[in-house]
Design a protein around this ligand. Structure first.
Ligand SMILES: C[S@@+](CC[C@H](N)C(=O)[O-])C[C@H]1O[C@@H](n2cnc3c(N)ncnc32)[C@H](O)[C@@H]1O
Length: 274
């Protein structure tokens, strides 16, 4: 899987390491290896402090789970879902339809990882959990979706790889796809909020380009500019969460380490009732 799917192996390793529910059904030796090697590279690049990337990912994942539970939608679409166990766990609720999309190689691998265990096999049989193969940028995946439209669309760990115009084109399509009053949730730490290219960042960038042929996309926008673009692209209210500004009642995974993470929850402008 010589593209960004290697990043899904790293996050899969993080979900296993963090004990995220369901991660064991999607764990693999490849993911453990990518997780270990990447963390070792980060430690080498910044020996005076341990890498906080896994903690940042765990915080983001738990926050998105919290927002999902809080909003209690009946239909969710998760883009670029990788080997995340969220759909596996969330679809235990038979009243929730959970649709995931990722590239064909990732979806094929996800199915085969699940097929190793009884729990995974049973989950694959659920009629309310769908795993779709598509390129969310190049393909019109909208055509594969049945009505009613999703009330929540999640894109975890995707936007930082897309240049601004690609993000904006995707968010316009998402705004058109969401149910009235629906929400898009995605994470994106504006690069201008991150320290100027550190050794750790350069090491990670090098590894990303080496293994996936692609790095983080350049983006000079501030949070305010990202919100302005979301509003121009069909969204009304935008909430922003970070470790200093979590939503009320959110209990984050505990850690003393500092990390960056920013999650946007953008409500679509259309609130017309069907
Ligand atoms: C960092 S991983 C995140 C995976 C998952 N959301 C998680 O948090 O564990 C990025 C994911 O984006 C997927 N991806 C990147 N570009 C994509 C595209 N154009 N269409 C579909 N999936 C894409 C990759 O295959 C990979 O699974």
């Amino acid at each position: 899987m010589g593209d960004l799917s290697v990043t899904a192996l790293y996050t899969s390793g993080a979900w296993s390491w963090g004990g995220v529910r369901g991660a064991e059904c999607l764990a693999s030796d490849d993911a453990k290896r990518v997780f270990r090697v990447t963390n070792a590279a980060l430690r080498l690049a910044r020996p005076w402090s341990p890498p906080s990337l896994p903690h940042a990912l765990l915080w983001r994942h738990a926050l998105i789970d919290f927002l999902l539970a809080q909003r209690a939608p009946t239909k969710v679409l998760e883009l670029a879902s990788g080997f995340s166990p969220r759909g596996f766990s969330a679809s235990e609720n038979p009243l929730l339809t959970y649709i995931e999309i990722d590239r064909p190689a990732v979806i094929e691998r996800k199915r085969s990882l699940l097929a190793r265990s009884t729990l995974g096999k049973e989950a694959l049989e659920r009629s309310n959990w769908q795993l779709l193969s598509s390129d969310v940028i190049a393909d019109s995946f909208e055509a594969q979706l049945e009505s009613p439209p999703p009330q929540l669309i999640i894109a975890e760990g995707l936007f930082m790889y897309l240049d601004v115009e690609t993000q904006r084109s995707l968010q316009r399509r998402i705004a058109a796809m969401l149910a009235p009053g629906g929400t898009l949730i995605f994470d994106l730490v504006p690069p201008c909020e991150q320290p100027a290219p550190s050794a750790a960042g350069r090491a990670l960038g090098w590894m990303m380009r080496r293994f996936s042929g692609q790095g983080f996309a350049p983006d000079t926008r501030t949070r305010t500019e990202i919100v302005r673009d979301l509003q121009a692209d069909g969204f009304a209210e935008v909430e922003i969460f970070d470790p200093d500004h979590p939503p009320p009642n959110f209990s984050p995974p505990t850690t003393d380490l500092a990390f960056d993470q920013v999650v946007f929850a953008a409500k679509v402008k259309r609130d017309d009732l069907p």
